[in-house]
Ligand binder design. Structure first.
Ligand code: COI
Length: 362
């Protein structure tokens, strides 16, 4: 896909800008993930079987009929992306084609209409150009991008809606997890089942984790590593992150399937590991193998990967009555891989896989 040409296709778009920007009032040193939004948002409605002319308007509340299916049946899908600013004030996206394709896969799985490329890329380009002053330079700073589609047709029959709203909102971000992350390994609850919607970025997948995760919080664990729903024997993903285990010097991550999100950071880390001669195995890992490795000292690291979280080290885990703290090591793969990934994202290193996409000034 030639992103540069897609982004320059003219799109008929009405733009209404804010009278005065909120930017001067933002405290970038104290950002809580996902709580601060930029001045503008992109909206495109799907009505009578067609995507309508899109609009950019000031960020603000929506008026949606209470009977809209999104409120009753959760017909909603989303994406998570980031924009980065380099030292020369150029703005970069990382593998945005992956997010576009996954959004449409998720939409299809939830019987929602797919989005045309020009709406997605032109909308994103134009919005980022309007709000690019919100992107701070330097590693660790980014603008989190949240594209989403919701069913907003007013009718509560349990069937796919006829009308939808696609939107993009932007939120300046630093880290997703502010403290240490320890995880519980799921033994009772599950996130996804075979044939279900686990691989889609469906809103309900996240809501379904809130209750079990709140129980984990009470025990002092910030996240859950989900296991397969049938046997709870195989390690799958962490819900907000895909998960990697380092046993001796081999990195292991579960293969994607219809229960596991095909994470963009996950697939990039697999490639970066290969490029750097790190032994990487994409295979199922049993909880019992993890516990054996923890007991015999060969388990060196666990980390999660995701757009919001980037690469987040896991400091310890619990399964049944077994508790384990990861050792402190000097040659962390998580640190090395994060550094290489960030250097590509912030235009500080060669981009041999052509993952970076420049948001051209308009
Ligand atoms: C992301 O990493 O972008 C996600 O969508 C996870 C979300 C829970 C913040």
């Amino acid at each position: 896909m030639h992103l540069e040409s897609i982004a320059t296709i003219p799109l008929s778009m009405k733009i209404t800008t804010v009278e005065s920007s909120k930017l001067p009032s933002i405290d970038f040193d104290n950002l809580n993930f996902g709580t601060v939004f930029t001045d503008h948002m992109f909206v495109c409605n799907f009505i009578n079987g067609e995507w309508q002319d899109p609009e950019i308007i000031p960020y603000g509340p929506l008026t949606i009929d209470p009977s809209a299916r999104v409120f009753h049946y959760g017909q909603a899908v989303f994406e998570g992306m980031k924009a980065f600013k380099d030292e020369n004030n150029k703005v970069w996206l990382f593998r945005p084609d992956e997010n576009f394709n996954r959004l449409n896969k998720s939409a299809s799985r939830l019987a929602m209409p797919e989005l045309p490329e020009d709406v997605f890329f032109n909308g994103l380009n134009t919005l980022l150009n309007l709000d690019k002053e919100w992107i701070e330079k330097g590693k660790g700073n980014s603008l989190y991008i949240r594209p989403f589609i919701i069913a907003d047709e007013p009718a509560i029959s349990a069937s796919p809606a006829a009308n939808y709203k696609f939107m993009i909102i932007l939120s300046p971000a630093r880290s997703y997890y502010s403290g240490e992350v320890r995880v519980l390994i799921a033994e009772k609850y599950s996130r996804a089942s075979s044939g279900g919607v686990g691989s889609a970025k469906a809103a309900g997948n996240y809501a379904a984790q809130f209750y079990p995760t709140s129980l984990a919080h009470k025990e002092g664990y910030q996240q859950i590593i989900w296991t397969d729903a049938n046997t709870h024997e195989y390690l799958e993903e962490a819900g907000t992150m895909n998960i990697f285990f380092r046993i001796n010097d081999t990195l292991i991550t579960a293969p994607t399937n219809d229960r596991i999100l095909d994470g963009v950071t996950r697939k990039s880390i697999i490639q970066i590991a290969k490029d750097n001669d790190i032994d990487i195995q994409v295979r199922s890992l049993k909880v019992s193998e993890l516990i054996d490795a923890a007991k015999n000292g060969s388990l060196k690291e666990i980390f999660g990967t995701g757009t919001a979280a980037v690469i987040n080290p896991i400091l310890g885990f619990k399964h049944s009555s077994f508790k384990h703290e990861l050792p402190k090591i000097n040659d962390s793969y998580a640190t090395l891989l994060k550094e290489i990934l960030n250097n590509i994202q912030y235009n500080l290193a060669e981009d041999k896989h052509e993952w970076r996409y420049e948001v051209k000034s308009m």
